[in-house]
Design a protein around this ligand. Sequence first.
Ligand SMILES: [Zn+2]
Length: 271
Amino acid sequence: MPELPEVETTRRGVAPHVIGQQVAALHVYDRRLRWPVPRSLQKKIVGRTVDALDRRSKYLLFRFGEDTLLVHFGMTGSLRAYTHAPPRIAHDHVDIVLSSGITLRYHDPRRFGAILWVPRSVAAHPLLAALGPEPFDAACDAHYLWRATRRRRAAIKLALMDARLIVGVGNIYANEALFRAGIRPTIPAGSISQRRFQRLIDEVRATLTEAIAQGGSTLRDYVDSNGAPGYFQLTYFVYGREGLPCRVCRNAIKSVRLGGRATFYCPQCQR
Ligand SMILES: [Zn+2]
């Protein structure tokens, strides 16, 4: 599933090819994504110019003046740019052709993604309105996280993955950041001190930054490449390492399920 680092890498890979470009044509080959690609999109988008390409949580936001084309990748979506678009393959659902001749192609085998047109304030859109702050926002600091979790008995890992508290911390990054911060994933969020939240937000940012930096090495794959950019394989401390020795203390990594998600921790390093 594309996580924040993959979406941010897509944004950086695609942005130079779309900003300042006019939409020359839109081709929708299959509307049946998570929500149907609106039939009116052609009329709304052709002739408009992309002013900016932003990201909010895992949404890509193509800015057209006050209006926005919102793209989400669901489970298996991806976006590529081509100077000469090759013949379509299975699951290529939408082409956006720009005035430069570049084609942006949306590919999504499982079709859980979304391409929606949002007039005016995209921040008020139901998909975005309830989202918490971005992990890199200055306001998303230890004091904010500490204050927001005082009455929460839910496990810290569940809180960390709750998009109303903070966006963009998926399962892998939650596991890894909690290890690096020395915090056991199962302890109640409300019992964590502000000092430990400082360590945690530092490690969330460091983990995401490393994944985004690794994505940087795949940026050229977004243009004129046949292979899909791979998932970013950090050297994980705990994720997927049940029973293997901890890279720090050599104790066996344990695994539990939290909220239905695989959760890994070191019983020695994480308290
Ligand atoms: Zn350990």
